[in-house]
Design a protein around this ligand. Structure first.
Ligand code: PMT
Length: 382
């Protein structure tokens, strides 16, 4: 069996077994209208996926497995795509960060701290006026131009249904479309037919039987209690990148992310993904340095690091500066030298920090332009 046939079979098995989300029709209606309008005007459209995906353990879900992603990469990237003229479909995990409002929600402070009362009216505090005015202007412009469509999901299955439907709707955009897959997608899940209906009971006196929600007791539920322990026996989620590249969006530019925690694996696994799926670009990032450096791995440009200079990095509580450069065997020494100069000099005061997405998106735009030109030349010569 070829890779393509087995990916098709895995797709058909998955979507037959896992029912579509209730709001799928609403989402596809909105997406169709948005895509048609931008396709008619010859605009470039990017689907940005963002945030984590949950894996519910019960049909009436009380417990679920989740991951760390807050949606910073996706929400920030969406803003820079909009700034670069793209129309953006923002498919995000419900309640994760949104473009523009992220400046006031991803904070240890409440958004109310940005406000004050003046003459019986709520106004923005003086010190936040300039930044909020800039953000508000960007947001209202994008809304006025109808260039941002926000869709949401919660679970891995909702994510995949939405991704597949929107990808198919985007086909008429041809090479003008980009898929920018920044969501942190679960690799394992509980299939619907192996899920219990009700909350899993921790008290042994109230343990449920071995029936799944559909009443079938031939296979044990994937999440169940045995004695005092909770046993979770997850199944693999098929890799949908293959189907996206070969079937759902064959002409679009596809950008996937590769997340690792071990620096020694990042470049190798990013290259492996590029070879396996034969798409356009893998952006490798390490959990601990993802806000300061990423590696682009592509057929067009090979391996290329994008790094925010030490003095311009955004703050990150979970970030580990000592790991910057460690996954890049060519330049670890350069990075160390830069680090030590910066440490000796102290980080310059008053220099605005740079978000790494402000460096990533222009690079992608120029790769996209090359791919559109290649597609045009190919179409003219054939
Ligand atoms: O939200 P932030 O806190 O800012 O974090 C951003 C991020 C680290 C989540 C983001 O930059 C990132 O790396 N996202 C991709 C994470 C991920 O799913 O990596 P992976 O190595 O598990 O998967 C690699 C690729 O395979 C992904 O593009 C994913 O879309 C795809 N995949 C994954 C699972 C699956 N079943 N099918 C897939 O096609």
């Amino acid at each position: 069996m070829t890779d393509t046939t087995s990916a098709q079979q895995a797709e058909s098995h998955y979507f037959t077994r896992e029912p579509p989300p209730k709001d799928l029709k609403t989402n596809t209606t909105l997406a169709r209208e948005f895509i048609t309008r931008h396709a008619d005007q010859g605009h470039r459209v990017v689907l940005v996926t963002s945030g984590g995906t949950t894996v519910p353990l019960e049909t009436q879900t009380v417990r679920y497995i989740d991951n760390f992603s807050a949606g910073t990469r996706g929400a920030t990237s969406a803003e820079y795509f909009l700034e670069n003229g793209y129309a953006v479909i923002f498919l995000h995990r419900q309640f994760s960060l949104l473009p523009y409002s992220r400046h006031y929600s991803h904070n240890t402070r409440s958004f109310l701290d940005f406000m004050k009362e003046e003459n019986g009216k709520v106004v923005v505090d003086e010190q936040h006026q300039d930044q909020m005015l800039t953000v508000l202007r960007q947001y209202t412009r994008v809304k006025r131009e109808n260039r941002l469509l926000i869709l949401s999901y919660v679970t891995i299955t909702e994510y995949l249904w939405n991704l597949r439907e929107v990808a198919q709707l985007m086909r008429p955009l041809g090479p003008n479309a980009i898929f920018y897959l920044a969501a942190a997608v679960s690799d394992f899940f509980v299939p619907q037919d192996r899920m219990v209906e009700h909350k899993i009971q921790s008290n042994e006196e109230f343990h449920q039987g071995t029936d799944n929600a559909d009443g079938d007791s031939t296979k044990p539920p994937a999440a169940r209690t045995e004695g005092k322990s909770l046993i979770i026996d997850l199944e693999p989620v098929p890799k949908f990148l293959k189907q996206l590249v070969d079937g759902w969006a064959p002409e679009a530019m596809i950008v996937s992310f590769k997340l690792e925690t071990d620096p020694s694996l990042l470049v190798t696994k990013s290259k492996y993904a590029l070879n396996k799926y034969s798409h356009h670009l893998v952006i490798g990032n390490l959990l601990a340095t993802r806000k300061w450096e990423v590696v682009f791995v592509s057929m067009l440009d090979g391996e290329k690091w994008i790094r925010v200079p030490t003095s311009r990095r955004t703050k990150s509580l979970s970030g580990m500066p000592s790991l910057v450069g460690l996954a890049d065997h060519h330049t670890k020494k350069d990075v160390e030298a830069e680090e030590s100069i910066a440490t000796r000099k102290g980080i310059p005061q008053g220099e605005p920090s740079i978000e790494i997405e402000s460096l990533i998106i222009p690079e992608i735009e120029s790769l996209h332009t090359k791919l559109i030109e290649q597609a045009r030349t190919g179409a003219e010569t054939s």
